[in-house]
Design a protein around this ligand. Structure first.
Ligand code: C5P
Length: 218
Protein backbone atom coordinates (compact mmCIF):
# COMPACT_ATOMS: atom_id res chain seq x y z
CA UNK A 1 0.00 0.00 0.00
CA UNK A 2 1.38 3.42 -0.84
CA UNK A 3 1.50 5.84 2.04
CA UNK A 4 -0.64 8.96 1.50
CA UNK A 5 1.40 12.16 1.40
CA UNK A 6 0.40 15.81 1.56
CA UNK A 7 3.24 18.01 0.25
CA UNK A 8 3.37 21.66 1.30
CA UNK A 9 6.00 23.86 -0.33
CA UNK A 10 6.61 27.57 -0.33
CA UNK A 11 9.01 30.39 0.49
CA UNK A 12 10.56 31.06 3.90
CA UNK A 13 8.18 31.97 6.72
CA UNK A 14 5.06 31.40 4.62
CA UNK A 15 3.53 29.47 7.53
CA UNK A 16 4.10 26.02 6.00
CA UNK A 17 5.64 24.52 9.15
CA UNK A 18 2.81 25.44 11.49
CA UNK A 19 0.16 24.41 9.00
CA UNK A 20 1.87 21.12 8.10
CA UNK A 21 2.32 20.20 11.77
CA UNK A 22 -1.32 21.02 12.63
CA UNK A 23 -2.61 19.17 9.59
CA UNK A 24 -0.54 16.11 10.56
CA UNK A 25 -1.89 16.30 14.13
CA UNK A 26 -5.49 16.59 12.89
CA UNK A 27 -5.08 13.52 10.66
CA UNK A 28 -2.95 11.55 13.16
CA UNK A 29 -0.13 11.41 10.56
CA UNK A 30 3.63 11.86 10.68
CA UNK A 31 5.17 15.25 9.96
CA UNK A 32 8.41 15.95 8.08
CA UNK A 33 10.08 19.34 8.46
CA UNK A 34 12.54 18.94 5.58
CA UNK A 35 14.00 22.41 6.20
CA UNK A 36 15.23 21.16 9.59
CA UNK A 37 17.49 18.68 7.75
CA UNK A 38 19.07 21.44 5.65
CA UNK A 39 19.44 23.51 8.83
CA UNK A 40 21.14 20.55 10.55
CA UNK A 41 23.54 20.13 7.63
CA UNK A 42 24.31 23.86 7.79
CA UNK A 43 24.84 23.82 11.56
CA UNK A 44 27.17 20.82 11.28
CA UNK A 45 29.13 22.60 8.51
CA UNK A 46 29.31 25.88 10.48
CA UNK A 47 30.54 24.06 13.58
CA UNK A 48 33.14 22.11 11.60
CA UNK A 49 34.21 25.44 10.03
CA UNK A 50 33.68 23.99 6.56
CA UNK A 51 34.00 26.55 3.76
CA UNK A 52 30.62 27.34 2.19
CA UNK A 53 32.45 27.64 -1.13
CA UNK A 54 33.50 23.98 -0.97
CA UNK A 55 30.68 21.77 -2.33
CA UNK A 56 32.60 18.51 -1.67
CA UNK A 57 33.15 19.40 2.00
CA UNK A 58 29.50 20.49 2.40
CA UNK A 59 28.39 17.21 0.81
CA UNK A 60 30.63 15.21 3.17
CA UNK A 61 29.16 17.10 6.17
CA UNK A 62 25.62 16.24 4.98
CA UNK A 63 26.53 12.61 4.33
CA UNK A 64 27.87 12.13 7.85
CA UNK A 65 24.82 13.74 9.46
CA UNK A 66 23.17 11.39 11.98
CA UNK A 67 20.41 13.39 13.66
CA UNK A 68 18.03 11.88 16.19
CA UNK A 69 14.42 12.93 16.58
CA UNK A 70 12.97 12.35 20.07
CA UNK A 71 9.77 13.78 21.59
CA UNK A 72 9.63 16.66 19.13
CA UNK A 73 13.29 17.61 19.83
CA UNK A 74 16.24 17.30 17.44
CA UNK A 75 19.61 15.98 18.60
CA UNK A 76 22.96 16.14 16.84
CA UNK A 77 26.06 14.44 18.24
CA UNK A 78 24.46 14.11 21.69
CA UNK A 79 23.33 17.74 21.87
CA UNK A 80 19.76 19.10 21.69
CA UNK A 81 20.02 21.55 18.78
CA UNK A 82 16.28 22.24 18.39
CA UNK A 83 16.75 25.95 19.15
CA UNK A 84 20.21 26.37 17.60
CA UNK A 85 18.99 25.34 14.12
CA UNK A 86 16.25 28.00 14.17
CA UNK A 87 18.67 30.95 14.20
CA UNK A 88 18.27 33.15 11.12
CA UNK A 89 22.03 32.82 10.41
CA UNK A 90 21.55 29.04 10.20
CA UNK A 91 18.58 29.55 7.84
CA UNK A 92 20.72 31.62 5.48
CA UNK A 93 23.57 29.04 5.71
CA UNK A 94 21.02 26.27 5.05
CA UNK A 95 19.97 27.89 1.78
CA UNK A 96 23.65 27.94 0.70
CA UNK A 97 24.07 24.23 1.55
CA UNK A 98 20.77 23.47 -0.18
CA UNK A 99 22.07 24.73 -3.52
CA UNK A 100 24.73 21.95 -3.55
CA UNK A 101 23.47 18.87 -5.49
CA UNK A 102 25.48 16.45 -3.28
CA UNK A 103 23.86 17.84 -0.14
CA UNK A 104 20.38 17.39 -1.61
CA UNK A 105 21.26 13.84 -2.65
CA UNK A 106 22.59 13.03 0.83
CA UNK A 107 19.32 14.19 2.44
CA UNK A 108 16.99 12.57 -0.10
CA UNK A 109 16.77 9.11 1.50
CA UNK A 110 16.30 10.54 4.99
CA UNK A 111 13.27 12.39 3.66
CA UNK A 112 11.82 9.45 1.69
CA UNK A 113 12.07 7.28 4.82
CA UNK A 114 9.72 9.65 6.65
CA UNK A 115 6.80 8.39 4.55
CA UNK A 116 5.22 5.87 6.92
CA UNK A 117 1.67 4.69 7.61
CA UNK A 118 -0.88 6.06 8.24
CA UNK A 119 0.39 9.08 6.27
CA UNK A 120 2.83 11.97 6.03
CA UNK A 121 2.53 15.72 5.80
CA UNK A 122 5.86 17.07 4.49
CA UNK A 123 6.88 20.70 4.18
CA UNK A 124 9.78 22.29 2.33
CA UNK A 125 10.71 23.66 -1.09
CA UNK A 126 10.70 20.54 -3.29
CA UNK A 127 8.34 18.12 -1.55
CA UNK A 128 5.84 18.12 -4.42
CA UNK A 129 8.36 18.48 -7.25
CA UNK A 130 11.23 16.14 -6.30
CA UNK A 131 10.97 14.21 -3.02
CA UNK A 132 7.31 13.13 -3.08
CA UNK A 133 6.16 13.63 -6.69
CA UNK A 134 3.50 10.99 -6.04
CA UNK A 135 1.82 13.09 -3.31
CA UNK A 136 -1.91 13.14 -3.85
CA UNK A 137 -2.30 16.67 -2.51
CA UNK A 138 0.33 19.31 -3.28
CA UNK A 139 0.06 22.82 -1.96
CA UNK A 140 2.23 25.84 -2.76
CA UNK A 141 1.80 28.21 0.16
CA UNK A 142 2.72 31.86 -0.13
CA UNK A 143 2.23 35.10 1.78
CA UNK A 144 3.36 38.63 1.02
CA UNK A 145 6.99 39.46 1.89
CA UNK A 146 5.80 41.90 4.56
CA UNK A 147 3.49 39.37 6.26
CA UNK A 148 6.22 36.72 6.19
CA UNK A 149 8.81 39.03 7.77
CA UNK A 150 6.30 40.09 10.45
CA UNK A 151 5.48 36.46 11.24
CA UNK A 152 9.16 35.63 11.60
CA UNK A 153 9.67 38.63 13.91
CA UNK A 154 6.84 37.35 16.14
CA UNK A 155 8.36 33.84 16.19
CA UNK A 156 11.77 35.19 17.20
CA UNK A 157 10.31 37.52 19.84
CA UNK A 158 8.26 34.65 21.30
CA UNK A 159 11.59 32.87 21.84
CA UNK A 160 12.97 35.92 23.62
CA UNK A 161 15.25 36.88 20.71
CA UNK A 162 15.69 40.37 19.33
CA UNK A 163 14.38 40.82 15.81
CA UNK A 164 15.02 43.59 13.32
CA UNK A 165 12.26 43.74 10.70
CA UNK A 166 14.41 45.39 8.01
CA UNK A 167 17.31 42.92 8.43
CA UNK A 168 14.92 39.96 8.49
CA UNK A 169 13.16 41.13 5.34
CA UNK A 170 16.55 41.30 3.60
CA UNK A 171 17.52 37.79 4.84
CA UNK A 172 14.22 36.29 3.69
CA UNK A 173 14.52 37.92 0.26
CA UNK A 174 18.12 36.71 -0.14
CA UNK A 175 17.14 33.18 0.89
CA UNK A 176 14.09 33.08 -1.41
CA UNK A 177 16.08 34.38 -4.37
CA UNK A 178 18.77 31.71 -3.82
CA UNK A 179 16.10 29.01 -3.40
CA UNK A 180 14.26 30.08 -6.57
CA UNK A 181 17.32 30.52 -8.75
CA UNK A 182 19.34 27.40 -7.90
CA UNK A 183 19.81 24.80 -10.63
CA UNK A 184 18.71 21.77 -8.58
CA UNK A 185 15.22 21.44 -7.10
CA UNK A 186 14.46 25.17 -7.20
CA UNK A 187 11.58 26.60 -5.21
CA UNK A 188 8.59 26.49 -7.58
CA UNK A 189 5.06 25.10 -7.51
CA UNK A 190 4.62 21.57 -8.87
CA UNK A 191 2.57 21.58 -12.08
CA UNK A 192 -0.31 19.98 -10.15
CA UNK A 193 0.00 22.08 -6.97
CA UNK A 194 -2.84 24.15 -5.55
CA UNK A 195 -1.79 27.72 -4.74
CA UNK A 196 -2.70 29.13 -1.34
CA UNK A 197 -1.95 32.73 -0.34
CA UNK A 198 -2.22 32.91 3.45
CA UNK A 199 -1.47 36.65 3.82
CA UNK A 200 -5.00 37.41 4.99
CA UNK A 201 -5.78 34.06 6.62
CA UNK A 202 -5.50 32.82 10.20
CA UNK A 203 -3.93 29.46 11.11
CA UNK A 204 -7.24 27.65 11.83
CA UNK A 205 -8.67 28.86 8.53
CA UNK A 206 -5.67 27.58 6.56
CA UNK A 207 -5.70 24.17 8.29
CA UNK A 208 -9.44 23.88 7.55
CA UNK A 209 -8.77 24.66 3.88
CA UNK A 210 -6.04 21.98 3.64
CA UNK A 211 -8.19 19.36 5.40
CA UNK A 212 -11.10 20.30 3.13
CA UNK A 213 -8.96 19.78 0.01
CA UNK A 214 -7.77 16.45 1.37
CA UNK A 215 -11.28 15.18 2.04
CA UNK A 216 -12.41 16.33 -1.42
CA UNK A 217 -9.77 14.02 -2.90
CA UNK A 218 -10.89 10.98 -0.91
O1 C5P B 1 12.03 25.77 5.70
P1 C5P B 1 13.28 26.37 6.31
O2 C5P B 1 13.27 27.86 6.33
O3 C5P B 1 13.60 25.78 7.64
O4 C5P B 1 14.45 25.89 5.32
C1 C5P B 1 15.78 26.38 5.43
C2 C5P B 1 16.43 26.35 4.06
O5 C5P B 1 16.58 24.98 3.66
C3 C5P B 1 15.62 26.99 2.93
O6 C5P B 1 15.90 28.37 2.76
C4 C5P B 1 16.04 26.20 1.71
O7 C5P B 1 17.20 26.73 1.12
C5 C5P B 1 16.40 24.84 2.25
N1 C5P B 1 15.38 23.84 1.96
C6 C5P B 1 15.40 23.25 0.71
N2 C5P B 1 14.54 22.24 0.42
C7 C5P B 1 13.64 21.84 1.32
C8 C5P B 1 13.57 22.47 2.59
C9 C5P B 1 14.46 23.48 2.88
O8 C5P B 1 16.20 23.61 -0.15
N3 C5P B 1 12.82 20.84 1.00
Amino acid sequence: MTVPVIAIDGPAASGKGTIAQRTADALGWHYLDSGALYRLAALAALRAKVSFDDPAALTAAAQSLAPQFKDGRIWLDGEDVSEAIRAETVGVAASKCAAVPGVRQALFDLQRRAAAAPGLVADGRDMGTVVFPEAKLKIFMTASARVRAERRVKQLEARGEKADLAALTRDLEERDRRDRERAVAPLKPAADARLLDTSEMGIDEVVKKVLGWWSELN
